[in-house]
Write a protein that binds this ligand. Structure first.
Ligand code: OGA
Ligand code: MN
Length: 317
């Protein structure tokens, strides 16, 4: 795994961010000590690719645990005594057949095609996603990453000035609404109150700033919803210019790890009759990851501009 000087062998994924780490077995990363190098690469490059891994669920969870607390979005949906299982991003049903395109679960998967960071709508957002390819389609289905750190560093002053120093409100159902109004009303998208985060996340390890936006973002302080939508799409368009994007075509055994504080991501379509299954573990960000630097407080107060809140299918005026 190491060359003679004890450094990991890496090759760049793009000119501006991301590296592939060569000849490395992720299941051997078991202690804080041998995790250190990986964590340093993560802070520096924002995205890490490993090929030919055979990561069991246990090893996947062990690795994730070194990044931080494993996120468990379904804790409230499990029966007492039922253990956590590694979440899947998948179009397969329990019986192993591929879901129909009209299945609500497929609509949910389609919202992954919008540029986002994971869990910006939760009281504690995600630090990292560790995605492992289990079943991949013959074509399509790439996962794309966009460096909001590289983009922020090169963003024109006037665009930066529109969002710098402001808070942004995030709501899970907002990204679902972009796909289907009906989908957005499902109770599971209304478990958490709206969150309010600063627009820039500073990495405490190196001081690098990144724009912190997502498909879940719906309101920028000082703008109404329409102005916010226009601004957010302008910012997203800038951050996802080809220069800032790495598009990953999956092979079984690939593991992709990225920094949610500095990278947005999205899935891309694939032939709907083909199975695709990735296992995904997110870890929650901690104070030491710079969380307090973006915290404004839960957005349970009513936004300045009269927005309607839809809770469990009921609309609050
Ligand atoms: C995710 C995600 C996109 C994909 O795992 O959080 O958005 O390519 N995945 O499936
Ligand atoms: Mn995601």
């Amino acid at each position: 795994m190491l060359d003679a000087t004890g450094t990991l062998r890496t090759t760049a994924l793009t000119e501006l961010f991301g590296v592939e780490v060569q000849d490395y077995d992720l299941s051997e990363v078991t202690t804080e000590e041998n995790f250190r190098q990986l964590r340093d690469l993560f802070e520096e490059h924002s995205a890490l690719l490993f090929r030919n891994q055979s990561l069991t669920d246990e090893a996947h969870m062990r690795l994730a645990g070194l990044f931080g607390p494993i996120e468990d979005r379904k804790a409230d949906e499990r029966k007492p005594g039922e253990a956590f299982t590694v979440p899947d991003v998948s179009n397969l049903q329990e019986d192993g057949t591929v879901r129909a395109e009209t299945d609500p679960h497929m609509l949910d998967l389609r919202s992954n095609f919008l540029w986002h960071c994971d869990s910006t709508f939760m009281p504690v957002p995600a630090l990292v996603n560790i995605l492992a390819a289990r079943i991949v389609p013959s074509e399509g289905g790439a996962t794309e990453l966009a460096s909001t750190r590289a983009a922020w560093a090169e963003m024109p002053r006037d665009l930066k000035a529109k969002v710098e120093g402001r808070g942004i409100r995030h709501r899970y159902s907002h990204s679902r609404k972009a796909i289907s109004e009906e989908l957005s009303r499902l109770p599971r998208f209304h478990k958490w109150p709206d969150q309010h985060w600063k627009s820039v996340w500073t990495n405490p390890a190196n001081g690098r700033e990144a724009l912190y936006i997502a498909s879940h973002a719906y309101l920028v302080d000082g703008y109404d919803e329409l102005e916010s939508a226009t601004l957010l799409s302008e910012l997203t368009a800038f951050c996802t210019r080809p220069r800032y994007v790495y598009s990953h075509r999956w092979q079984v055994g690939d593991v992709l790890i990225w920094d949610q504080r500095a990278v947005m991501h999205r899935g891309t379509p694939w032939p709907s009759e083909q199975p695709r299954r990735l296992s995904s573990i997110c870890c929650s960000a901690r104070e030491s990851d710079g969380l307090s630097g973006i915290r404004i407080g839960p957005a349970d107060d009513r936004p300045l501009h009269g927005t309607k809140r839809i809770e469990k299918g009921r609309i609050d005026p």
